[in-house]
Design a binder for this molecule. Sequence first.
Ligand code: GDP
Length: 694
Amino acid sequence: MARTIALENVRNIGIMAHIDAGKTTTSERILFYSGENHKIGEVHDGAATMDFMAQEQERGITIMSAATCVNWKGYRISLIDTPGHVDFTAEVERSLRVLDGAIALFCAVGGVQPQSEQVWRQSEKYNVPKIAMVNKMDRVGADFFAVVEDIRKILGGNPVPMVYPMGAAESFDGVIDLLRMKAIKFDMKTLGKVAIEEEIPEQYMEACKEWRQKMVETAAEQDDELLDKFFAGEELTIEEIKRGLRKGCIARKIVPTYCGTAFKDKGIQPMLDGVIDYLPSPLDIGDTVSADDETKVRKPDDKEPFCGLAFKIVTDKHMGKLTYVRVYSGVLKLGEPIYNSTMKQETRPNRIFRMHADKQEALEEAYAGDIVACVGLTKTRTGDTLCDPKNPITLESIEFPDPVISVSIRPNSRGDNEKLGNALYDLAQEDPTFQVKYDSETNETVISGMGELHLEIIVDRLKREFNVECTVSPPEVAYRETIRQKVEGEYKHVKQTGGRGQYAHVCLRLEPQEPGKGFEFVNEIKGGVIPGEYIPAVEKGINKALEAGAYAGYPVVDVKVTLYYGSYHEVDSNEFAFIECARQCFKQLFLKGAPQLLEPVMNVEVAVPPDQMGAATGTLSQRRGRVEGMEDKGGSKLVKGFAPLGEMFGYSNTIRTLTQGRGTYTMTFERYEPVPASLTEKIVEKRKKEGKVR
Ligand code: GDP
């Protein structure tokens, strides 16, 4: 076996877009024009190929990333699916980690919407070079150059129009390729698959010359050699212009910008040319660096030791657990052992697939730059590094925020308990931002996620994919507990009830940690006053106490615990006694350390018609929110601020009513903050009544 496509001809990309901008339709057209998909499936027909899951089609949104491969003019493009909804920002971040470039898709009428802004910022954080596509040019009110201006003003990008639209809305007829100065139309008898080249109609000539000139200038600015030539008054060749623009795009200084209509089959092919002309190959991205040692690097080269990142896990009905892996260096071989350096264990792929829209291609080897799905990596989790066992390396993992919202869930038929448990286990494996907890005392299963929609979709999947119908409680905020003061003290666990007794004794110190720092355990036992074999039991006991805090039964965060003294008994001490002793000791001390409830505070952006701005601001202040700023956006006003999640349930209705359906908002988790004292009392009391504080 050998590599069939040179590394410089590989493009690993994603399409980032606001929901409804046309990502699914555009992906569909890419598959169709590149010849991988013979029938165009319309979103509203519910036959879209990229949307694997039925409810995605119904809702018209794409949630899970999958990597689909197409060939375009001798290049291999892997299309990594990125979700459009903000409830799934963790999914967006995950896909941004493994792609090399992106198409930022916009609606020609809506322009830059709040969510596109958010995803754009995320992509900047991960240094992802982008081209832009202004879709829906066939819609009334479509305005290509207005969106180009939006990209410049709102997103701070430097868009370079690569095409000029011929007409707009109903008269939109194709695009003019400004590089080659040709008009391109699309043959509707072939559903737009065949592009027809014509001379530029006279009425567009003037404007096109102007825009081409700007493009050439921008290209020249990216490269000294080209700039010299440009200033010498020499004409740059097409290849030279491309070279300059490519350099600028990869350095994230410019954004080559296209337009078209996916739905009416126009303008997609020039955008695909843009992907191969301007977005980076894995070679352009360069070395992959170890997370803990900057000097340890892997070149994007098949000859290097293998390293890759598991970025997505999907449970497939037929194939079982599929682990999507981005290979950064070396060769991943079927059946050969690899090392999961995050989990510190060996594993091996039993099968390796390249996923196409309509088939899975079985591979024996995957090369640097490839994105493949593996079967057999059973213990591997999202974000784990896989590498050559002889040359271990650990890459930076993918960070996922903690879930902020919970519902309790029970199956409608009693016999389905076990089925529900298994299904939830599978779903939690796929999605690191989804958590499941079973409380044996209240016999209650609680699921937590990133937002109301996130959990709704999980419940929907339970029904469709796993055949378990469930009833869920209204959503609840996932509060946290911490302490504000340092405390220390001891606890003795002594039992003498006939037979063998139990004895354990620990002294713990609890200290508040900086927000977000999490839990830390320090062992300061000296002279073996507690034998080393019992230390893990102490930590285990504390971990148990962290799961449900002593204050209101919520998880405990940001506490440092030091075990500094204790004692044991030759006969009566055992693991269990130390677990129980540490747990009780922690609980008692925790209540003395000025416990504090924390609540998730959300970043909220509300877009409303200008005359509703005051009212929109009011909705936030009524919800204990803070308004941080206001901006003009298109024809509307954008109110930006923060509000506690607990006050935001049902907010979509409020905004809809207030604006007669014209307002929209987005909400993402920002950070945990202390709950005001008066509210804390109510919550604690309620939790005690419900038997959640034990
Ligand atoms: P996604 O949410 O970004 O995946 O968007 P979809 O591809 O599902 O498209 C959302 C809606 O916009 C669907 O009803 C599409 O048929 C429609 N749509 C997509 N592209 C275009 C376009 O170019 N023009 C028009 N008029 N509608 C489009």
